[in-house]
Ligand binder design. Structure first.
Ligand SMILES: Cc1cc2nc3c(=O)[nH]c(=O)nc-3n(C[C@H](O)[C@H](O)[C@H](O)COP(=O)(O)OP(=O)(O)OC[C@H]3O[C@@H](n4cnc5c(N)ncnc54)[C@H](O)[C@@H]3O)c2cc1C
Length: 519
């Protein structure tokens, strides 16, 4: 059966209900045909293209004089309210603002480093939604060609350098962080003034994670280590035998596993009749040569098509007014094949083909996921596990997909979710084609976890509504100040950088309680 026929006859009828589903079939067929005919991407969202620092300055000055809000979009992978103004200008960085400039290679001690400056609009890998994006102009590819790379990457590399940095995004490692390798951050503030923030200064600590509220980041300079192969394995386990399961004393092995593995992420399927954990672990510099490709099970379009049917069926069963044991058994039958208890799946390949383990999954279309992500201080791992185990007694909280668990290394950025401390992260997946209320689903996790002292939320993903009660916490500026000790300093610096509030949208005004400018 041809791709188009397969999706229109078999898959689409199951998933057509969701918002944006009209794009689904088109996208899936395009993705399959890409291999043959070159990239075909959906229509571009309207942006103002800027290709140089001077054009950024002019765009800011124009927005300021016209009293318009100005924002920047990277790959637009964050929740759309976090990026776009309701009525304003959205910049897309192109041209010079996407270039990778190699400065020099230096030998220091027994190590070699690459100094480079990268335009903030450059994508880490390929952004499938941008017709101008290709492997050759991606940051990872160009650095890998020289034998260097980023020591940490998220689960996908569709993001721009500016967007990844601005939201405090991170991969699953307690040993490496993106922030470790940054040397300078160049940005233009709300008055059109250029700045170059350097490590150790307040400006640096404040702008590193600033959600587009400090200005437009135009370039980021890095000092990168040599990077070549990364190896590891993916395996599925019953909960009790997994890294989340109990040790001899009955405590979870989560903290120890996060500390021992250089890179790790787990997908926990907690449903009553699944209770399995998919473990992905990896390390740099393997002793063996040769590559073994990593294949995520959902990277195959046809498997993700079948998974979409399974997810839709489970979603429908969970939506029933009185789900019974029979419904839960059916859910178990539908999900277990995707977390099969086979032998481990080994892999070894170039760093940027391994670290972003979900990069080949069709997350822009049929496997589109909405997320919230709660970051909790690492010492609270057992508390997190106890709360999640209790929460997962409720099958609605288990839902029809996995909850991702991974870690993050501390960073010096004041608003980083791992500011000054290592964190464990809980990332429940909401399949975007589900029927139902994603905020209600995320609230299970907010209610259970936000009350753990020091818990913070990923800025690029779903946040509770301002003033929402989450367990014994109210999500407001008082809460944010309690978990971000430098929040007051950050807000003060923000005001200095953007006195006319050129970058402040209603969304961020609501979350950060930024008063409207005095007339
Ligand atoms: C499938 C998927 C997987 C993901 N995996 C991970 C993961 O493993 N780890 C993780 O931490 N996160 C993850 N995320 C979240 C993602 O990394 C963030 O949403 C990130 O911000 C996306 O980068 P972007 O280029 O799309 O930025 P956008 O979403 O376009 O922008 C993010 C924010 O940064 C601002 N911004 C963008 N560029 C600039 C600039 N040049 N100057 C100033 N402000 C700017 C925007 O205005 C916005 O506020 C994932 C998201 C998806 C959809």
């Amino acid at each position: 059966m041809e791709a188009k026929e397969f999706f229109s006859r078999v898959i689409s009828p199951f998933v057509e209900k969701a918002d944006g589903a009209e794009l689904l079939e088109k996208l899936m067929v395009h993705m399959i045909e890409d291999d043959v005919d070159g990239p075909i991407v959906p229509e571009e969202i309207i942006h103002t293209h800027v290709s140089s620092v001077e054009e950024v300055i002019q765009a800011i000055l124009k927005a300021k004089s016209e009293k318009k809000v100005l924002r920047v979009a990277g790959s637009a992978h964050s929740v759309s309210d976090t990026i776009f103004p309701k009525d304003g200008v959205t910049l897309l960085l192109t041209g010079d603002l996407r270039k990778v400039e190699i400065k020099e290679e230096k030998e220091e001690g027994d190590k070699k480093w690459l100094y480079c400056r990268i335009g903030a609009g450059c994508y880490l890998g390929i952004n499938p939604q941008d017709p101008c994006s290709c492997l050759q102009n991606s940051a990872c590819y160009q650095l890998a060609q020289k034998g260097y790379g980023f020591p940490d990457l998220g689960g996908i590399i569709h993001q721009s350098i500016g967007g990844f940095l601005s939201t405090g995004s991170a991969g699953g490692s307690l040993m490496h962080s993106f922030a470790d390798v940054i040397q300078e951050i160049e940005f233009i503030d709300g008055t059109g003034m250029p700045h170059t923030a350097k490590p150790g200064t307040d400006e640096w600590c404040a702008v590193g994670v600033s959600m587009g509220l400090f200005g437009v980041i135009t370039h980021v300079s890095f000092c990168l280590p040599e990077m070549s192969l990364v190896e590891g394995s993916e395996s599925n386990y019953n909960f009790a035998e997994s890294v989340l399961g109990p040790d001899e004393e009955g405590n979870s092995k989560l903290k120890k596993s996060l500390e021992e593995n250089e890179y790790m992420r787990v997908n926990w399927f907690p449903q009553k009749h699944v209770r399995r954990v998919q473990q992905w672990v990896a390390k740099k510099d393997p002793t063996e040569e040769g590559t073994i490709k990593y294949d995520s099970i959902l990277a195959c379009c046809f498997v993700s098509g079948v998974a979409a049917i399974a997810l839709k069926v489970c979603n429908w069963l969970l939506q029933s007014p009185y789900p019974t044991e029979f419904h839960y058994k059916l859910i178990g039958h539908a999900l277990r094949p995707f977390v099969h208890l086979d032998d481990p799946n080994p892999f070894r390949d170039c760093w940027y083909k391994i670290l972003p383990m979900d990069n080949e999954v069709p997350t822009e279309s049929i496997m589109k996921i909405a997320f919230t992500e709660i970051w909790v201080p690492l010492e609270e791992c057992q508390n997190v596990m106890d709360k999640l185990q209790k929460l997962f007694e409720d099958q609605q909280a288990c839902n029809n997909l996995a909850t991702e668990i991974y870690g993050a290394k501390e960073t010096p950025f004041w608003l980083s979710m791992s500011y000054n401390q290592k964190m464990v992260r809980v990332d429940p997946y909401w399949w975007d084609h589900n029927k139902g209320d994603k905020r209600k689903f995320f609230s299970y996790f907010w209610d259970a976890l936000l009350e753990i002292p020091g818990s913070r939320l990923h800025w690029g993903k779903y946040l509770p509504l301002p003033g929402q009660k989450c367990g014994n916490v109210t999500f407001n500026l008082t809460y944010l100040k309690s978990v971000y000790p430098k929040m007051d300093d950050w807000l003060k610096k923000r005001e200095e950088m953007d006195p006319d509030q050129v970058f402040v949208t209603d969304y961020w005004r609501g979350i950060l309680e930024i008063p409207a400018p005095s007339q």
